[in-house]
Design a protein around this ligand. Structure first.
Ligand SMILES: [Zn+2]
Length: 154
């Protein structure tokens, strides 16, 4: 018997209901600035993505609102999903909206995001962290849909 892998869930390809993301051209135009703005966390995310890639996990590209994300359908360490700059590691498509919304709450902190979130996490725990609560609120209120782009990157 073979175990079903996280990325075999057909719901990855479904588009959540809501406003469509920005056009590919407009969304891609933002990528260089966002990469620089979120560089430390995006680099950590890329390192994790490469670790999973070496173990055969595909990479997918998603659009959500004005953003473009690299999504790795796998379980991150000690959680169901983690958002690191423009990289999201998620074991299920059910939490993609939440993970994508983390970028909004991370934007105002730029390179301070990881240290600030780390301190919040250490002092208050995951659920009581102000950034986590803000992200949950955005997740509830967002009207953006997400959309997988072009299938897996191989
Ligand atoms: Zn979260």
């Amino acid at each position: 018997m073979t175990r079903r892998r996280a990325w075999q869930d057909p719901a990855w390809g479904e588009r959540r209901l809501g406003a469509p993301p920005w056009s590919p051209a407009r969304a891609l135009a933002l990528v260089p600035g966002l990469l620089l703005w979120t560089l430390p966390q995006t680099l950590v995310g890329l390192a994790l993505a490469l670790w999973h890639r070496a173990r055969g996990v595909p990479w997918w590209v998603y659009r959500f609102g004005p953003f473009v994300f690299l999504v790795v359908p796998a379980s991150p360490p000690a959680s169901r999903g983690i958002s690191l700059g423009l990289v999201v590691i998620s074991e299920s498509p059910e939490i993609l909206t939440h993970e994508f919304c983390h970028l909004y709450t991370a934007l105002w902190l730029s390179w301070l995001y990881l240290p600030v979130y780390g301190v919040e996490y250490a002092l208050l725990g995951h659920a009581r962290s102000p950034h986590e609560r803000l992200t949950e609120r955005l997740e509830r209120d967002t009207r953006w849909a997400w959309q997988q782009w072009g299938g897996s990157v191989r």
